[in-house]
Design a protein around this ligand. Structure first.
Ligand code: OGA
Ligand code: NM2
Ligand code: ZN
Ligand code: ZN
Length: 449
């Protein structure tokens, strides 16, 4: 079932564009657990944001042939003319720095051996030529020789379009923004564990959509750790390697009560908050306990449009967060974070907000206190709009996996009975490890095709 779905929708997509569409293999459901169409249909209701590089970004580079090379000595650039008529320029300094020979590169680690102290950043070249096997050869003034593969060079072309395509291939920063109409991409837990194509589709959708639902896990502890091992390793925090969300006596966190959790990101009290979160439902409450999620990037963009002043405030004022207690060991955390982080281009990059751990210490001059509250209220009002919130109810055996730098999540209050205590097991990972596994899976799935 999985294979046929995948073969029809994802494999051709993977051949064309690795990142964009493998996630179509995932089934998508309005409420996880209901049968529904493919992710492609849910994507129709979403808006594609970020770099618009879908077509070119992840195209495997076609066989590249070099027609001609020449040195532009004046500008200290090498110009490559490609068979398809295109041109690329490479600075001499960069070429010398990235010589791939065994003296300059430790091939077993694909790491640079050449030291900066041995790099002449004003070097010229003696000879540049195309070799018989279509590589580019450079002889440097000291007679050291570098040989560059055509495809290797093409991927590293300095044109804005090529750089953008390479960055998208490496980081997959293109996202689908969504609202309450999202049909959460859903996959089978066992398939994700045992099938590389299923695992790749899972991680691609986790990156692009920010949330993927997995069904079919046994309703017992240990499976968020098993899932983390599928990727690499989990992120240890003061709440342990994995943690048990239950109504606890003398709870050290509001999550460990039966109360409502308003929409939040986990752990803003850590300066480096966990990038990815897994929550596995082992037992659901008799009443209540439903889950809620919001696309924080989408809602922050709405705030920017509708209330630029509030957006400016929340992207510029650092807020104190605090968390004190004992769990894995005793802890006393303090952090300072803007509630909305933007990247160098001003795009929303991360949300840091948990009302429970926002500190009573508020390091602001008096006159900024009321404007801060007004801005936070505007943020929360947009976040809570019914058209932004996706609600679902987890059943035993379900695992939700989501981007904790992007999504806000919450739960309704619940009533447990002693014979049916609500119990979720959670774990954190970081995006570096998840992206690492995603790139490896993408390469191995490609090789199999
Ligand atoms: C948490 C949390 C969700 C839930 O523990 O931080 O968000 O459904 N839990 O209990
Ligand atoms: N838990 C669920 O920011 C937070 O305190 C989130 C973390 C206790 C591990 C809750
Ligand atoms: Zn060399
Ligand atoms: Zn949480």
């Amino acid at each position: 079932m999985w294979m046929s779905t995948f073969a029809r929708f994802a494999l051709p997509a993977l051949q064309r564009s690795t990142s964009a569409m493998a996630c179509q293999a995932l089934r998508a459901c309005h409420r996880p657990g209901q049968a529904a169409g493919l992710l492609s249909s849910c994507l129709k209701s979403m808006q594609l944001r970020g770099h618009q590089t879908l077509g070119s970004a992840s195209l495997p580079v076609a066989r590249q042939s070099v027609r001609h090379v020449r040195a532009l000595d004046e500008d200290r650039l090498m110009e490559v003319e490609w068979e398809d008529g295109g041109h690329s320029l490479y600075p001499f300094t960069w070429l010398r720095d990235n010589c791939q020979c065994p003296l300059c590169t430790l091939q077993s680690a694909q790491a640079r051996k050449l030291l900066m102290s041995d790099l002449d950043i004003h070097t010229g070249v003696d000879v540049v030529e195309v070799t018989n096997d279509n590589k580019v050869s450079i002889v440097w003034p000291d007679q050291h020789t570098s040989v560059f593969d055509a495809e290797w060079l093409k991927k590293r072309c300095f044109s804005p379009a090529a750089r953008q395509a390479m960055q998208e291939e490496l980081f997959l920063n293109e996202r689908y923004y969504w609202d309450s109409k999202l049909r959460i991409p859903t996959a089978d837990y066992q398939e994700v564990l045992h099938d590389d194509k299923a695992a790749l589709a899972w991680l691609l959708a986790l990156r692009r959509v920010g949330i993927v639902y997995l069904r079919g896990a046994p309703a017992e502890q240990g499976h968020v750790a098993r899932l983390a091992e599928r990727i690499g390793y989990l992120r240890l925090t003061f709440y342990g390697h994995t943690w048990q969300v239950q109504d606890k006596y003398m709870a050290n966190n509001v999550a460990y009560t039966s109360g409502r959790l308003s929409l939040h990101t986990d752990y803003p009290a850590l300066h480096f908050a966990p990038g990815v979160q897994f929550l596995h439902c082992i037992n659901q409450a008799v009443e209540g306990g439903e889950s809620e999620v919001v696309d924080g990037f989408h809602m922050a963009e709405q705030l920017q449009r509708e209330d630029p002043e509030a957006f400016r405030t929340l992207t510029s004022l650092p807020v104190d967060f605090t968390d004190t207690g004992t769990d894995y060991c005793d802890f006393m955390l303090q952090s300072k974070k803007c509630i909305i982080d933007v990247d160098a281009e001003g795009r929303v990059a991360r949300i840091n907000y948990n009302n429970a751990t926002r500190d009573s210490v508020l390091d602001l001059p008096l006159h900024q206190v009321q404007p801060f509250y007004r801005s936070l209220k505007a943020f929360v009002d947009i976040m809570n709009r019914p058209e932004n919130v996706v609600t679902y109810s987890m059943e035993p055996g379900d695992i939700v996996t989501f981007d904790n730098w992007r999504l806000l999540h919450g739960r309704r209050s619940y009533i447990s009975r002693p014979d049916r205590l609500r119990h979720l097991e959670g774990a954190y990972l970081d995006w570096d490890e998840v992206m690492s596994r995603l790139r490896i899976l993408r390469n191995s799935v490609h090789e199999d095709m």
